[in-house]
Design a protein around this ligand. Structure first.
Ligand SMILES: *Cc1c(COP(=O)(O)O)cnc(C)c1O
Length: 247
């Protein structure tokens, strides 16, 4: 790989880490409470190596086909162990490939896929950390459990509570929190209510169900600093680290 590309990625990571630190400072939070997941989808193996070289240990991919090629190849080359996060919608027929590749799935968006992953993880004896993906913004094109009106619609909240409770009880899975995607807007400040609602939802569910939901996976290149100010514990950042994607 070109030395220039390596330096570019290292500089980008520095910049993102500085932004994370500033956002944590503004919110009175510790930087240790926010994990950066570098989203390497569509990017070549060399880019992942460059990020790993400067200390990144968590990577996100969103397509099984691509991940099936990249992850085993990278695991062979990398001397440190890295944690692979699945962040994209999983089709049922691809679920089998998830468990051997990923330690963590942020995109559990139906009970059906949760049950499938549960039985596969149990079979393999490889527990999977999972996040329930919730659609807090209510955009129709988004995956995730419907949660746009959870504060005012008691029926919607009941449904969510039941679903989360069922996922939490599935063997082979460890439900660690919630994931969401905010609407893409040019002014990141406008995403704040979505992230705030998500944080409140997490507290409400954890308390009603008496379970721990330690993680909030929220915030991407466009809005991760706002997400951190509202309580994100994992941010999924691609473009700011690896540059724009062609696809
Ligand atoms: C692609 C993707 C990201 C990263 O997006 P950027 O805007 O490039 O930071 C984060 N989360 C999910 C679910 C994604 O699909």
């Amino acid at each position: 790989m070109s030395r220039e590309r390596e330096i570019e990625i290292a500089n980008n990571i520095d910049e993102v880490q500085e932004q994370i630190a500033s956002a944590c400072a503004r919110a009175g939070r510790s930087v240790d409470d926010v994990k950066l997941v570098a989203v390497s989808k569509t990017k070549p193996i060399e880019d992942v190596l460059a990020a790993a070289k400067v200390g990144i240990r968590d990577f996100g991919e969103n397509r099984i086909e691509e991940a099936s090629e990249k992850i085993p190849a990278l695991n062979n080359i990398l001397d440190q162990t890295v944690v692979w996060h699945m962040i994209g919608h999983i089709q049922s027929r691809k679920a089998r490939d998830v468990v051997p590749l990923f330690a963590s799935v942020h995109s559990v968006d139906s009970l059906k896929i949760a049950r499938k992953l549960s039985s596969l993880a149990s079979e393999e004896g490889k527990p999977l950390n999972v996040f329930a993906e919730v659609n807090v913004s209510g955009e129709p094109q988004k995956y995730g459990f419907e949660a746009s009106n959870w504060q005012t619609d008691a029926q919607q909240f009941d449904m969510l509570q039941q679903t989360i409770s069922q996922i939490a009880q599935l063997p082979g899975l460890k439900l660690v929190g919630l994931m969401t995607m905010a609407p893409f807007v040019s002014d990141a400040e406008r995403t704040r209510p979505v992230f705030a609602s998500m944080a409140a939802l997490r507290s409400q569910l954890a308390s009603k169900l008496a379970i721990n939901l330690p993680h909030l996976s929220m915030g991407m290149t466009n809005d991760y600093t706002v997400a951190i100010e509202e309580g994100a514990t994992m941010v999924r950042v691609g473009t700011a680290i690896f540059g724009a994607r062609n696809t």
